[in-house]
Design a protein around this ligand. Structure first.
Ligand SMILES: *[C@@H]1O[C@H](CO)[C@@H](O)[C@H](O)[C@H]1NC(C)=O
Ligand SMILES: *[C@@H]1O[C@H](CO)[C@@H](O)[C@H](O)[C@H]1NC(C)=O
Length: 400
């Protein structure tokens, strides 16, 4: 942009506006991975997978972040049919643009360690965290369970687009995609050039195996159905499937310690998705006593807060054993939140959540570049004044 040639006042206004727009994140267009179709690597409805790619510049041209989007799971044919013709099951229904901010921002002051990297957001359209692979397609439903094939096809496509020269690479993901970055971390490493420095970052992907408030093993049963429906067992870490049933190997707590590639876990100890869908899902709360508490943690009764402190205790048990590993990073804040890397306000801003006076951006950057290890677990809610606790609108559809 040639600001210098314009009238000075006008140029100042335009430059300021552009800077403001940049702060809100850059809009990145969609790319359909047509080459994946011949490999049978397709969305639930058979459409090609897709990603959004913002190219690296300058010193970052050989550095790559491959981020996998989240959006829950479908656990049987009927729930997968419900999702087949939505943006979470078909690239025909996806937005053509996505906004990149926080960890994905191209602005140096918003994202100092990664702003000039190649940054890719892979759209989620398989319903099983990119683990499924069933050859057969029932003509009655036309459902394709091919998430693991999408994972490989997308990486192969990016290798051909320059990632074969990667010097630095990060597999990242949020929510169901944060689970992908855990389950597929070592596989990602094997697909990248041997000399590349490869690490993984899981944001809100550490889903724990706990009973719901009703006492039912809700999430354990649900994951077992996801793995069964999508034929995921053969794509889960063998270090786990050799000793536990495949459904249990969808839980990070049963695979994380064995991951060889360095991995960083960013997770709220009161992950709002997990509170809403694992601890107190609708089926476990028939009278809706948890509804207001789930919308806003400020509405929780003392008893509900006690139950949530119990959830945190179980969360900390599920991550215990990771703190001793120097290659593993932990940023476990005591907030009511879900996915904190992709938003500027929680990634890095003057009022962002901090642990040990450190933002998520600084903790992840220091860990990636081996400047400093980071294993911080926050004190219990409500002790951290820097939290951005989520408040949900009850009139909005459930979000992931
Ligand atoms: C599929 O899973 C959903 C959610 O767990 C459940 O409500 C439904 O009954 C299941 N449907 C079938 C046909 O098993
Ligand atoms: C926290 O970090 C900021 C910025 O890095 C620094 O100015 C401040 O002195 C630090 N505060 C403490 C208590 O360490």
């Amino acid at each position: 942009m040639k600001c210098t040639r314009m009238d000075q006042l006008l140029s100042l206004v335009i430059c300021t506006l552009l800077l403001l727009l940049k702060a809100e994140g850059v809009a990145v267009p969609i790319t359909y991975v047509q080459s994946a179709v011949a490999k049978g690597a397709v969305c639930l409805d058979g459409s090609p997978p897709a990603y959004h790619f913002d190219k690296g510049v300058g010193a970052g041209i050989d550095n790559w972040i491959v981020h996998f989007e989240g959006g829950g799971w479908c656990n049987n044919v009927s729930t997968c049919l419900d999702r087949r013709d939505t943006r979470l099951g078909s690239s025909k229904k996806m937005d053509k643009q996505l906004s990149f901010s926080g960890f994905f921002s191209n602005g140096k002051k918003f994202n100092p360690d990664f702003y000039d990297w190649n940054r890719i957001k892979v759209r989620y359209c398989d319903g099983a965290s990119f683990t499924g692979d069933v050859e057969a397609v029932d003509p009655a439903t036309n459902l394709h369970f091919r998430g693991a094939r999408i994972f490989v096809a997308v990486i192969e496509d990016l290798l051909a687009k320059g990632m074969k020269n990667a010097k630095n690479a990060i597999l990242s993901g949020c929510s169901a995609g944060g689970l992908t970055s855990i389950l597929q971390c070592d596989r990602f490493k094997t697909l990248l050039p041997a000399a590349a420095k490869v690490k993984c970052v899981s944001d809100a992907g550490y889903f724990i195996n706990v009973k719901a408030v009703s006492g039912a093993q809700h999430i354990e049963q649900f994951y077992s159905q996801v793995v069964q429906t999508h034929g995921s067992a053969k794509n889960l870490p063998q270090s786990c499937t050799s000793r536990l049933s495949p459904g249990l190997c969808f839980f990070p707590q049963n695979v994380a310690a064995q991951i060889k590639t360095p991995i960083f876990f960013v997770n709220a100890a009161y992950d709002s998705w997990q509170i809403k869908n694992i601890l107190a899902p609708g089926v476990a709360d028939p009278h809706g006593t948890w509804r207001n508490c789930k919308l806003d943690i400020n509405n929780c009764s003392p008893n509900q807060l006690t139950t949530m402190q119990g959830f945190r205790t179980q969360f900390l048990q599920a991550i215990s054993g990771l703190s001793n590993s120097p290659s593993k990073g932990l940023f476990i804040d005591g907030c009511y939140a879900h996915c904190q890397t992709g938003m500027q306000e929680t990634w890095m801003r003057s009022d962002s959540p901090v642990l040990a006076n450190t933002t998520i951006a600084k903790a992840v950057g220091d860990w990636y570049y081996d400047r400093k290890t980071f294993h911080q677990i926050d004190c219990p809610y409500p002790c951290n004044p820097t939290c951005h606790n989520r408040v949900f609108d009850q009139n909005k559809l459930p979000e992931f």
